[in-house]
Ligand binder design. Structure first.
Ligand code: ADP
Ligand code: MG
Ligand code: MG
Length: 901
């Protein structure tokens, strides 16, 4: 709060200054000052060379949107006071025709949204101040270049003039004189361009280009606040879960100029390689350029380090060679910033007449591969702890590492090579527009978005595409940066490709490709390949293994896998699963050589018929379990008794019906009659789960026998005790479980008698009906463990069939009735409450009752957080989700520890 001059009353503070070695703000004030403003303040306080300026807070943005786009009345006084102070500190005056202060007006939200909102440079120029700038710098070309840039940006952002208008004028001027580059234009050329620009603005808007510098400033500030709600910013926030209500800050900052000649430059850099994570400074710059020229791909930028220049085989000088002193200073600053922020930094800088200025720093976006390497390296370097390294990796990103890469031995026809902008390989149909990418993706097609370059308008298409290919732009081009953030493979700057949007054709390596043709890109090498190529699964050792090891040390919950085939079980072990949490025995019955026996069992008219069929299944089941127990030697295996919605097994075709009839020794008509008897209106809520075993105990008996005999056999071959966990599905009444447990126990006695071996096993239940959750204390009287079957529990709690849910959920998500799909991420409030009730009541009745989850939610990070808080002992998920679950469980443990501390 500051005091009002007239009344002495406390007024709200809207403006925070930075520069000259001090600042009102700090890095910790991101919410109020936005990321850019907070970090500019931090850099200024650290004594780094930052052009001075001030930040208008995000609270002004909130005020703006809750007051019909009006700014707070007392903002103007505060801002103008800060502006004249700024002028004093740099020895210039805003709007002064002899010595004008120029500023940039920059957006900056609490979370970084690169390129999504607007920034205006060189503000404060008009027909008279531009002459003052030319005179005081003795550099007309520079002054006019700055003015035309300003007219272009201001007209685009504030006045809504399409930027194409200006590009046409500039192209015309260039071709008139035979220039190829913007830097070829002389001061008189720029003067002519300015005249043409201004008349274009007047023609488009009906008003002359604004000459009043104060009006320019407020126009720009309002436009930046306005850009918070532009379509691409809204899309970006949706894709990145950034809340709408945060708002952006606005930074007004004294200009420094990278376009003042050959000793001036502008650039961007990462303190480590954002693609591989390698600990090496990495970046690009352009001499005699300003602002976004580097990322816009107008000219091809130069490398910052010699090392990168040599690696790229580039003959244009690096910053290291061209300006060694500035380079040395820059390296020191990068190091300081990395240590201060304890993370890899993404830095924007400008060099004016040989002097370095820092314009931005933030934690850099990176590929998952780089994120892993950087987290592991930072921990090894002692900059962060191992636990912090674990917290640095977003589990949902791990998916990317499990992406395939191109098999190095595969035959392939490379038709072009660009820059390896974002790793991983992708195959798909060529599309040339973001809209086409989105449309085809909706039809389930795999597409690659192929563009000359991409812009923020294309992000929906980049999101929909499997990969992105551009012909222009460097490693820090829009396409490259966004693709890395999204985890899409990307090849950028494939300069030998020719794209003709009008005819929908791409020419590469002398061949013509049309929309719909299949190509493959390799974002790790930059190769563009004709057709599809053999892919390879990724390595799980190295940094990945190391970080997962740290995660395993940090987590409390165990991670198991849902698996029934030996292949899945082996895969699960490779991914680090500590046992099987759900083996669905019905999945073992679908195979061709078994289905007939299964059908016989179902369609048999009496117990004798069923027993005959079951005796055929017994040896097969036993062998299945032997293999699983052997693969999981030393780890627990939970086997669920048969739980098919029966209709999935019934024969439909005449041939199938006749086969079953023959096997049963009856005629087909009889089988058909039995089929009619078995017909159910809603099989999901019908004769399944433990209801089957209650009606036909001989099925349970067969399965229990197969499990016990397999356990004895596997214990003998592996030398490790096997303790099977037998799980009874779809229990609602304690008596159901009691009934089947009696069958299991008596089967155990029989097998013990036959073999003379003492069996150790557990019997538990799935909790997948609300009644079971509520009556958990009775059920826990018998059950030695609970496993939450949250797929069915979600269906039965919501009364919503998973198979019919898609259109309903889509509409609910669209209308905001629900925020997340409850089949993907646990409905923690509703279904979660039942899980919590069952856990509490179950453990009260049986202290130490083992609790786990085995629905799809067992591999979902947010649901895993919930499981940690509820005190479950383990989560179980599909094999490919096991690494995600291990990391999520670790992060949940660490978060819970932090909360307690
Ligand atoms: P974005 O958020 O899109 O990165 P910025 O506000 O960072 O936008 O501005 C983009 C670029 O404009 C910066 O990287 C820098 O090159 C240039 N720029 C911004 N402010 C200044 C300034 N005061 N002096 C010189 N260049 C500036
Ligand atoms: Mg920036
Ligand atoms: Mg179920």
């Amino acid at each position: 709060m500051v005091a009002d001059k007239q009344t002495g009353a406390a007024v709200r503070r809207w403006v925070y200054r930075f520069g000259g070695g001090t600042a009102d703000g700090a890095a910790s004030m991101k919410e109020l000052l936005g990321g850019k403003g907070a970090n500019l303040a931090e850099m200024a306080s650290l004594g780094l060379p930052v052009p001075p300026g001030f930040t208008i807070t995000t609270e002004v943005c909130t005020h703006f949107y809750s007051n019909e786009r009006k700014l707070p009345v007392d903002l103007e006084d505060q801002a103008m006071a800060a502006l004249s102070e700024l002028g004093l500190s740099v020895g210039a005056d805003f709007g002064d025709p002899r010595n004008p202060l120029l500023v940039s007006v920059r957006s900056g939200a609490p979370a970084s949204m690169p390129g999504m909102m607007d920034t205006i440079l060189n503000l404060g120029l008009n027909d008279s101040t531009v002459e003052g700038l030319a005179a005081i710098t003795g550099n007309k070309r520079f002054a006019y270049d700055s003015y035309r840039r300003f007219i272009q940006m201001y007209s685009d952002v504030v006045l809504g003039v399409d930027h194409g208008v200006f590009e046409e004028i500039l192209d015309h001027q260039k071709s008139l004189h035979g220039y190829s580059q913007d830097t070829d234009l002389r001061s008189e050329d720029w003067h002519e361009v300015i005249v043409a620009y201004k008349s274009a603005v007047e023609a488009e808007t009906g008003k002359p280009f604004p000459q009043d510098t104060r009006a320019q400033l407020w126009g720009a500030i309002e436009a930046v606040f306005g850009s918070w709600m532009n379509a691409r910013a809204i899309t970006y926030r949706k894709l990145n879960d950034i809340p709408q209500h945060w708002g952006t800050a606005v930074n007004v900052q004294a200009m420094v100029f990278g376009n003042r000649g050959e000793t001036s430059a502008t650039g961007v850099a990462f303190t480590r390689d954002p693609s591989t994570g390698e600990h090496a400074l990495y970046g690009e710059f352009l001499i005699n350029a300003q602002g976004e020229d580097v990322v816009a791909g107008i000219r091809t930028p130069q490398n910052i380090t010699e090392r990168a220049r040599i690696a790229a085989g580039d003959n244009k000088s690096s910053l290291e060679a061209a300006m060694p002193k500035v380079f040395g200073q820059f390296v020191k600053i990068c190091d300081k910033l990395e240590k201060r922020y304890r993370d890899m930094q993404d830095i924007e800088f400008t060099i004016q007449d040989g002097q370095l200025w820092m314009l931005q720093t933030r934690n850099g976006k990176r590929t998952t591969k780089a994120a892993l390497k950087i987290a592991v390296d930072l921990a090894d370097e002692g900059i962060i702890s191992k636990d912090e390294a674990v917290l640095r990796i977003d589990p949902s990103q791990l998916d990317q590492l499990l992406h395939p890469t191109i098999d190095p031995h595969a035959a392939k026809e490379v038709v072009a090579v660009g820059l390896p902008a974002s790793p991983g390989a992708a195959t798909g149909e060529i599309v040339f527009s973001a809209d086409a990418a989105e449309q085809l993706e909706k039809q389930g097609r795999a597409v690659l978005l192929v563009r000359v370059e991409t812009s923020p308008e294309d992000i929906h298409g980049m999101f929909a595409a499997k990969g992105i290919l551009t012909t222009r732009g460097g490693m820090t081009s829009h396409a490259a940066v966004v693709a890395r953030g999204m985890g899409r493979p990307c090849v950028s700057g494939a300069g030998s490709l020719r794209i003709d949007y009008a005819t929908g054709v791409m020419i590469a390596g002398g061949q013509t490709f049309k929309q719909g043709d299949i190509i493959t890109i390799d974002g790790s090498t930059g190769q563009v390949i004709k057709g599809a190529v053999a892919m390879r699964q990724p390595e799980l050792s190295g940094d990945f293994g190391k970080l997962m090891g740290w995660a395993d040390a940090a987590r409390r919950m165990r991670v198991r896998a849902n698996a029934e085939t030996p292949r899945d079980a082996k895969q699960a072990r490779e991914f680090g699963a500590e046992g099987i949490g759900l083996c669905r025995t019905e999945h073992m019955f679908f195979e061709a050589d078994r289905i007939l026996a299964v059908r016989e069992m179902i369609l048999a008219e009496n117990e004798a018929g069923r027993r005959a069929a079951l005796s055929k299944l017994l040896p097969m089941q036993r062998q299945d379990f032997v293999e699983l127990f052997e693969i999981m030697a030393g780890f627990p295996v939970t086997i669920r008794l048969l739980d098919p919605p029966l209709h999935e097994f019934l024969p439909h075709e005449n041939k199938e019906i006749e086969d079953v009839a023959a096997a049963l020794g009856v005629d087909a008509a009889k089988v058909r009659r039995r089929l009619v008897e078995l017909h159910e209106f809603n099989p999901m809520l019908g004769f399944r789960g433990c209801r089957l075993g209650i009606a036909y105990p001989e099925i349970t008996e067969m399965q229990a026998r197969a499990i016990f005999e397999a356990a004895i056999k596997a214990a003998a071959t592996t030398g490790k005790p096997v303790i099977p966990e037998i799980m009874v599905p779809l229990v609602g009444f304690a008596r159901e479980l009691d009934t089947l447990k009696a069958v299991i126990d008596s089967t155990a006695k029989t097998v013990e008698g036959e073999t003379g071996t003492k069996l150790v096993y557990q019997v538990g239940t799935m909790i997948e009906l609300p009644r079971a959750a509520l009556r958990a204390s009775e059920i826990a009287g018998t059950a030695e463990f609970f496993s939450f079957g949250t797929n069915d529990l979600t269906q039965t709690t919501l009364g919503l069939s998973r198979d019919d849910a898609a259109p309903i959920l889509a509409s609910y998500l669209g209308k905001g009735v629900i925020q997340t799909d409850p089949f993907v991420s646990l409905d923690t409030e509703g279904v979660g409450e039942l899980v919590a009730i069952a856990s509490e009541r179950g453990r009260k009745a049986r202290p130490g009752l083992k609790l786990g989850i085995c629905g799809e939610h067992g591999g979902d990070p947010r649901s895993i957080d919930f499981c940690e808080l509820t005190g479950l002992d383990y989560v179980s998920c599909s094999p490919f989700r096991v690494p995600v679950a291990r990391l999520s469980a670790a992060r949940a443990s660490l978060a819970a520890k932090l909360k307690k501390a």
